[in-house]
Design a protein around this ligand. Sequence first.
Ligand code: PMP
Ligand code: GLU
Length: 400
Amino acid sequence: MALTISKRCMAIAPSVTLAIDTKAKEMKAQGIDVIGFGVGEPDFDTPEYICEAAKKAIDAGMTRYTPVAGTMALRKAIAAKLKKDNGLDYDPTQIIASNGAKQSLYNALAAILDPGDEVIIPAPAWVSYPEMVGMVDGVPVLVEGEEKNGFLPTIEQLRAAVTPRTKAIILNSPNNPTGNVCPKKLLEQIAALAVEKQLYVISDEIYEKLIYDGNVHISIASLGEEIKKQTIVVNGVSKSYAMTGWRIGYAAGPIDVIKAMTRFQSHATSNPNSIAQAAAATALENGEKQIAAMVAEFSVRRDMMFELINGIRGLSVVKPEGAFYALMNISGVIGKKYNGRVIDGSGAFSEMLLESFKVAVTPGKAFGSDCHVRLSYATSRENIKEGLKRIADFVSALTD
Ligand code: PMP
Ligand code: GLU
C-alpha cells in the first residue's frame, strides 16, 4: 500500500480558532505588541481554591487511572450542578466526563451517527461542529440565521432542513460565535420538532454562565421528560471557571448514549486527567462567587466593544447577549483596498489587520459567514480600547 494519509484526515480543516491563537501567542513571544481578540479563552487565572484542590489531589495520590467516565465524586458533583442550575435529574451513571467539552461533543456524535446521517447546525456556528460531524462520516447541514434576527434560525427554516436522514440537531446557547441566546419560545419549538421527528438534540451549554442583562439560561432538556430523553447536554469547566487548559468537559443524557460514549472513550483516551477531575469537582461545588465577578467584568467589556465597533464607519455589530464574542459585520469595507490589496472577504480583512495593525481576530468564514469577523472580549478593557482604535485606524486607511 502507498504511504498515504487517510481521506478522512485529509478532509479535516485545522481549527482556525486555535491556529489564530497560536499565531498571536507566537507573535507576543517574539515581543510583538499584538492585541488578541482571536481565541475564546478567559483572560482570568484559574481561581486559587481550584488550584489548591489539584495540589491536594496530587498529595493524596490521586494519580492513577479512574473509571473511564470519571470518578464518582466528579460525576456526583456534575449531577448536583445539573440539578441545582438546570433543574435536571441525572443519575451519575448518565454522566461521562471527558477531555474538554470538545471530546464530549465528538464522543456524542460518534455514539449516535452512522455514515451519511445528517446533523442540523444553526449557523453561523462554531468551527468545530461541522468538522466533527464529518470526522465521524456524518453530513453537516447548516441552517443560516439572519443577522436581523440576532442570527437565530426560525423554526420554519429548521423544519425545512429535516430529511429522513436527519439524526440530530446541535444547539449552542449562549452561542459561539454570535453571542445570541436562544429564547425559550424557540427552544420549545425546537423541542417539539425534535420529539415529532425523533431527533437527538446535542445541547452545548458551555457558555451557560456567561449571560448578561438578567437573561437566564434554559437547558432544552429541562422543557419536559420527552425532550430530555433525546437530549445530550454538554458542558464543561473551561469557560465558567477559567480552566481551558485543564481539559474537563462532560455530557449527560440517555443511559444508552452515555454507555456508547463511554465504550468509545475507553479505547480512544480512557479517563480524563485524574487531577483535573478533582479540581473540576471542587470548581463545580464552590465556584459561584468568582463567576459572578467574571461575568460582571465581561458585561462591561461587551458594552465597550459594542459601542466602539458601532462607532466605526463601515463596521457594525449586533449586541451579544451571552458568551464573550462579538460577530462584527465587515460588509461595509469589503471591496475596499489597503496598500493596493483588496479586502475580498473575512480572511483578507483578518490577515491585513494582524500583519499591519497587530490585531488578531477570527475570520467569519470559519463560522460560515465571510462578511463577518469574530472578536473575543475575553481580554482587558485596555486591550479592547487599543484594539478597536487600531481597527478604526485600519478602516480609515482603506481606499476605494
Ligand atoms: N463548545 C463551544 C461552543 C466552544 O466555543 C468551545 C471552545 N473551546 C467548546 C465547546 C470546547 O471547550 P472545551 O473543550 O475547552 O471544554
Ligand atoms: N472555543 C474557543 C474559540 O472558539 C477556543 C478554541 C477552540 O476550541 O475552538 O475560540
